[in-house]
Design a protein around this ligand. Sequence first.
Ligand code: GPK
Length: 742
Amino acid sequence: RGGETRVGVERMFGLMDRFLKSDPSSLQKDILDHVEYTVARSRFSFDDFEAYQALAHSVRDRLIERWHDTQLHFKKKDPKRIYFLSMEFLMGRSLSNSAINLGIRDQYADALKELGFEFEVLAEQEGDAALGNGGLARLSACQMDSLATMDYPAWGYGLRYQYGLFRQVILDGYQHEQPDYWLNFGNPWEIERVHVTYPVKFYGTVEDENFNGGKRKVWLPGETVEAVAYDNPIPGHGTRNTITLRLWAAKPSDQIDMESYNTGDYINAVVNRQRAETISSVLYPDDRSYQGKELRLKQQYFFVSASLQDIIRRFKDSHSNFDDFPEKVALQLNDTHPSFAIAEVMRVLVDEEHLDWNRAWDIVCKIFSFTTHTVLPEGLEKVPVDLLESLLPRHLQIIYDINFDYIEELKKRIGLDYDRLSRMSIVEDGAIKSIRMANLAIVCSHTVNGVSRVHSELLKTRVFKDFYELWPHKFDYKTNGVTQRRWIVVSNPSLSALISKWLGTEAWIRDVDLLAGLQEQAANADLHEEWRMVRKVNKMRLAEYIEAMSGVKVSVSAMFDVQIKRIHEYKRQLLNVLGIIHRYDCIKNMEKSDRTKVVPRVCIIGGKAAPGYEIARKIIKLCNAVAEKINNDPDVGDLLKLVFIPDYNVSVAELVIPGADLSQHISTAGHEASGTGSMKFLMNGCLLLATEDGSTVEIMEEIGKDNMFLFGAKMHEVPALREKGPTLKVPLQFARVVRYVM
Ligand code: GPK
């Protein structure tokens, strides 16, 4: 560096107060400065939403400090990095979570109080970031929190959809979808990186080119779209480690499309380029149904290509060849959605970096691992070859080449068993020739993860049996978890305080196993009493919300019985509703004197149906129709109520779970890969009513059968029951309703 620059650096350090201060008056000054300079409101006149924005920016400043330090630290250390590729992240709100993880939530609350604001009230101003559908997407969010807290050098990569998961509105009992334009009022939790952009290419042709006396393939793409990075800092708890969730948005490319300009139609050329932005505009609202839509494929490749360019650029910053790539890069595929990454790494290494095919393949086989989240073979993604051929012609060739080598190898291992060879092939022949994305992911990954023990067994014995027999060492599982920071500390602060008090430490906030220490106090009546009070207050909060959302008044002394999750046939919300109908019928037919023995119950159901999933939509209608009947029967009164909570999302879950007495996880055994909702209820002290499915089996072993309500057919009994057909009788008065709705 020259002398001048050094003076400049010294001057900069001189001007810089190393870290922002977090005493009350510094926080107040920061918030008011943001009111004035960021939100551009007078510091003497701003509303709750503007106060939230200023507060969020003040927290963001502190996040950015740690985030910069984290990047610098890892740049210097150059550790092996974990790259978590996922199409979906359900982050929910960020304010409380960030302030708590930074360890300054209470300081902010005090500072705000003096300014005449309440932290919780401002926190309510924030909308949910709902860039995902259900369990898979929330798992990604919980994982990011844990990776940050556990000091991992991890990066999350995904898409910055302009429209998140639709808002559910219930009209006349039916679900209606409204667009979720969540960026309408700005998003203080992201940092736009206008200089971190990469071109992503589509369409075109593949030509042969002379190279070093031989031939090589060259892809001549037909369309280029720019990917722009938006960074979301993710702070760990009790550490300065603050990692990055990098989401890509599509922008028109600067590269001039000569063809359009030649036509002389300038306006049309500009309008056409603008269409590029549609790639990242909207999240597909289907939970595990794949429709082979071109836009969806474009989304998948778009985020994969941008992420890999970013990852490879970072690697090349400190490495001159690819020898160390597998020691420095781990790519985790969250379901098959990002599995084009496999073909893309091959393409970059072979076509752009000019590695020979076998060396590139060797690298690919060491860097990928794959998590699958489903049990049903029909849930596995297939990409029509026709589509792929036009959209990504070079990738299709690469996938064919991978498949050719793999099938040749397979023939040597298993002989000419053509049935098995065709089942295991990456390419599926048939009416619609397609690429089996799961097979591609399994062949090229070093590890295939299930999400619970039972799920892993099903993968080995059914879904991927052929592969397990070939490569048993690849199959593993990591039972899902949830972060106690979001699901106790953020969502249930009174319970959090209670736990810390009785454990005499806050260490459980980083190490969940320490909660077991509460067992020593299991018989302590004072603890019980305090816990009951906490529950009561949470139930009151929930009752207020229910009344505001649905107009139904519920009694907080009733048992709150909750089932909240995506609506799916296999999750059996229908069974729950039929159970409620039965309960109603029993109460109606009871002697009046017997009714005193009935435990009053408020049944709460919530969840969204994929817009094209007719039966799921009808289950919502049925639920509302039954609620209408029961809630308006004064004869039953508080003995039974049914509430459908509209627009279920992360924030609603944060409100409902702490107020639940009983929660239902009643999927048909063998269908729920894991389930994570149960864990959130459990850590809030809620009882579980569950079938032996997914992670429930492990929960049962952990807490003991006596501490939960198990029911229903076991996995091995299900096939025979299916064979036998339905035996359920619906009471006559409801048969008509059910028939009408369904
Ligand atoms: C599984 F296959 C899928 C999917 O497309 N979306 C989704 O949310 C869920 N999941 C499983 O249904 C749950 O059992 C599991 O706990 C969750 O993924 C996370 O692994």
